[in-house]
Design a protein around this ligand. Structure first.
Ligand code: IMP
Ligand code: MG
Length: 178
């Protein structure tokens, strides 16, 4: 059982639901009256479950697209070296873009993607993350819609992985370090 390797629950299922509902409401209010569909862009693979829940709580017309970046490999420490593995399908020029991430840790990934997307001249670019680890931030970035702050521990579940596993846990937990 995967659960045997989880030492602690950081965000329980009912808390996740509350957080996602709040974010959806904030985003809906912010983009109310938008003239073209909102483009919600998720970073794969970590954000896929959060994205699925989040877009169902946003009540403005929207489209979704995804981008895959190279990640940590199988480690638990950010290498700071990031590459685009799969780019967006569509142009974001002149569009209102909401970038969605599972977790912001050092901030390097978000900062790099934000810079890359800004160069493509969207009309606006806002950011949303489900989890935020403020203690380990190395790059100052703007998070417009933030789910919940967590301590500096390695989180898995609700889309977040360790060596590609644990993404299917319905809550966010801390992995036993052994
Ligand atoms: P950053 O560039 O250091 O902000 O790292 C962001 C990326 O690292 C996220 O998209 C995650 O894929 C991964 N990551 C950071 N912290 C964790 C964690 O606690 N659990 C799982 N993945 C993490
Ligand atoms: Mg990620």
């Amino acid at each position: 059982m995967q659960e045997h390797n989880i030492t602690k629950i950081l965000v329980a299922e009912d808390e996740i639901r509350t957080i996602v509902q709040r974010l959806g409401a904030e985003i809906t209010v912010y983009y109310q009256g938008i003239d073209k569909q909102l483009m919600v862009i998720g970073l794969l693979r970590g954000s896929f479950i959060f994205m699925a829940d989040l877009v169902r709580q946003i009540e403005v017309p929207l489209v979704v697209d995804f981008m895959t970046l190279s990640s940590y490999g199988d480690g638990t420490v950010s290498s700071g070296d990031i590459k685009v593995v799969m780019d967006l399908d569509s142009s974001i020029e002149g569009r209102d873009v909401l970038l969605v991430e599972d977790i912001v840790d050092t901030g390097r990934t978000f900062s790099k993607v934000i810079r890359m997307l800004r160069n493509r001249n969207p009309r606006s670019l806002k950011t949303c993350t489900f989890l935020n680890k403020p203690e380990t931030r190395q790059v100052d970035i703007q998070i417009d819609f933030c789910g919940v702050d967590i301590p500096n521990e390695f989180a898995v579940g609700y889309g977040l992985d360790y060596a590609q596993m644990y993404r299917n846990l319905p809550y966010v937990g801390v992995l036993n370090p052994d």
